[in-house]
Design a protein around this ligand. Structure first.
Ligand SMILES: [Zn+2]
Length: 250
């Protein structure tokens, strides 16, 4: 497979996905010496950046004019972030990264239509990005809107229906599991999105099966600023709390 733009990436069956990682993060140097080339390294780098953000000591790496010029000729993002569009969930801020680091696709409730899947597949297969993250958060308005529409039987107007319809399967799963609180439903929706992405994208599933890419679901807390892994592989780092019981792919 042609994988331009992935220096350091070693595609091939020799790279395997572990079921867990040591959680050992790179040194807190602000700018990674090289782009993470494996799912585990990419996940550790995201956690390292999130820790800097949470602690109030972000380094704002790769946001200077020199780096801007350096990445103008090509991008080598080490993670795809499929996140909710919520204005408080800006990926480069909460993971303390900069230009060229993250390939970000955002929709309300991190719903995944064809354009989203195509964007993910582009990053993974053309740019060689080794990790895909589904990023949800507590108090998600899209999940709440779906819950309200489902409870009242009143569909929202316009194209918001598409967002609600995409969340309804997660509501059904939550009900089946006896989960009623909004944040518990959010975590189930994150895990559902990970599964749905792998189920609908044969391209992505093949990359994961070959060990070239990982897919994880992360849940973000708006007040604390922390992320935790709730689904997917690599499963989690030692810095992350236990995954939700609904994490079917862990
Ligand atoms: Zn949201």
């Amino acid at each position: 497979m042609n994988r331009p733009g992935s220096p350091g990436t070693q595609p091939g069956p020799e790279r395997t996905l572990p079921v867990s990682t040591t959680g050992t993060a790179p040194a807190d140097v602000g700018i990674a010496p090289a782009a993470p080339a494996s799912p585990e390294e990419a996940l550790a780098e995201l956690y390292a950046g999130n820790r800097r953000f949470v602690s109030g000591a972000p380094r704002h790496p790769n946001q200077d004019a020199v780096h801007r010029t350096a990445v103008a000729d090509g991008q080598h993002p080490f993670a795809v972030i499929v996140g909710c569009s919520d204005s408080r969930l800006a990926a480069e801020i909460i993971f303390d990264r900069g230009l060229g680091d993250l390939f970000v696709v955002r929709t309300a409730g991190h719903t995944i239509g064809p354009e989203v899947l195509g964007s993910v597949e582009y990053a993974v297969t053309v740019l060689g990005t080794p990790l895909v993250v589904v990023l949800g958060h507590d108090s998600c308005g899209a999940v709440q809107a779906a819950r309200t529409a489902d409870a009242t039987g009143t569909p929202p107007v316009g194209h918001l229906c598409a967002v609600v319809d995409a969340v309804v399967p997660s509501l059904r799963r939550a009900a089946a599991e006896g989960v009623a609180d909004i944040d518990g439903i959010v975590d189930i929706h994150i895990a559902y999105t990970v599964e749905a992405m792998l189920g609908r994208s044969a391209v992505l599933a093949a990359e994961v099966a070959a060990g070239r890419c990982g897919v994880v679901g992360m849940s973000y807390r708006l007040t604390a600023g922390e992320v935790r892994t709730v689904a997917g592989v690599p499963a989690r780092t030692v810095d992350a709390p236990e995954p939700a019981a609904s994490a079917a792919l862990a």
